[in-house]
Design a protein around this ligand. Structure first.
Ligand SMILES: *[C@@H]1O[C@H](CO)[C@@H](O)[C@H](O)[C@H]1NC(C)=O
Length: 368
């Protein structure tokens, strides 16, 4: 190799660390009225986090520029890769394929959907070095336009939804390509105080908890962009729940932020509630033994009871309706917001793994 080329190569290697991209941090707030979580988007508007949502969508009054994406383009295919149940099947029609792309944003709470075009917008946030904000960035984001009626049941002040699923137009993938960071995010959902979402991976504010974080594989389930993990068994206290062999593996465990409680398929719910007095206030820990190690996702009383009104707490394991026992098309377990609160989750779509670590009560997600 000619010496000059070597020199150039060496210089570019040396220069690398200084151009390393920093992750992007957004504060997460829990809306007390809906138990949904939001992040600031730009100019005072916020978006609802939907960990299983495939798109970013927002009402788009206010002169944003339409993206002029043709219906037959790869981007339009990405926008329609995961049609929500009950939404119209996307189609370019049989005539000409150069008409504009239509996406079908859907409301994670009501399931309603609407047709909308794609438009360019921006996600205003700070990059972080793990300790403090470094610089403000406007991340260019392609979002679907939604009519304001699609905001029904979402927190007041929110103008749409930020999908965090494993799809090309979800927010983590868009931040990854715009900021040259990993397609990965850390999420700490708050109980009361501030929470945080960090797009792009470390450095993180809680290295002491994330350095030795246990990981379990993220699994994909055909036709769904949601994040799934698989569990081997469930224990309540020291007792293994007599769920029939393979039930948990059939359908998997899905992460969701659209409901505060966990939904269990009847073949998982019934054995769990039969022998256990989960209704009492002194709730034993519920432990989900995950694939890929000896670690369990331990839900303490805080993750297994919610106060519905003063003096009334409810067990947050609810039986899934309209689903047959053992039907693998439905997840065996859907973990909701209450089960994820006060954990740091590392959802790494590049390494296809989920890290989870409980934060001590005295720090919460805070200490940022
Ligand atoms: C970025 O950080 C600064 C300093 O903490 C803060 O004032 C500002 O609001 C942040 N910007 C965004 C978009 O979060």
């Amino acid at each position: 190799m000619p010496p000059v080329l070597l020199l150039v190569l060496a210089a570019s290697l040396v220069a690398l660390p200084s151009c390393q991209s920093l992750p992007v941090l957004a504060p997460v707030t829990k809306d007390p009225a809906t138990s949904l979580y939001t992040i600031p988007f730009h100019d005072g508007a916020s978006l609802v986090l939907d960990v299983a949502g495939p798109l970013v969508w927002s009402t788009c009054e206010g002169g944003q520029s339409p993206a002029e994406i043709p219906c037959s383009s790869p981007t339009c295919l990405l926008a329609n890769a995961y049609p929500a149940p009950g939404c119209p099947a996307p189609s370019c029609g049989s005539d000409r394929h150069d008409k504009p792309c239509t996406a079908y944003p859907s409301n994670p709470v009501t399931g309603a959907c609407a047709a909308g075009s794609l438009f360019h917008t921006r996600f205003a946030a700070n990059t972080t070095d793990g300790n403090k904000p470094v610089s403000e960035v406007n991340v260019g984001v392609l979002a679907a336009c939604a009519p304001s009626k699609l905001l029904a049941s979402l927190p007041r002040g929110s103008t749409g939804v930020a999908g965090l699923a494993a799809s090309g137009l979800a927010l983590p993938a868009q931040v990854a390509s715009a900021q040259k960071v990993a397609n990965r995010f850390l999420l700490c959902l708050p109980t009361g105080g501030p929470g945080v979402a960090i797009f792009g991976g470390g450095p993180v504010p809680w290295p002491q908890f994330t350095q030795s974080m246990p990981y379990t594989p993220l699994v994909t389930k055909g036709g769904s962009p949601a994040h799934y993990i698989s569990a081997r068994f469930i224990e309540v206290g020291d007792t293994r729940v007599p769920v029939s062999e393979g039930a948990l593996a059939t359908g998997g465990v899905m992460l969701s932020t659209r409901l505060p409680y966990a939904l269990l398929r009847p073949d998982v719910y019934r054995p769990l509630t039969l022998g256990n007095n989960l209704g009492g206030y002194s709730v034993p820990n519920v432990q989900l033994a995950l694939d890929g190690g000896s670690d369990t996702w331990t839900m303490t009383g805080k993750n297994s009871m919610v106060d519905v009104k003063p003096g009334t707490a409810c067990v947050v394991f609810v039986e899934m309706k309209g689903v047959e026992a053992g039907d693998g098309r439905a997840p065996a377990v859907i973990l909701g917001g209450a089960q994820m609160e006060d954990f740091v989750l590392d959802i790494d779509m590049e390494k296809k793994r989920l890290g989870f670590s409980r934060l001590p009560h005295f720090t919460g997600c805070g200490g940022l």
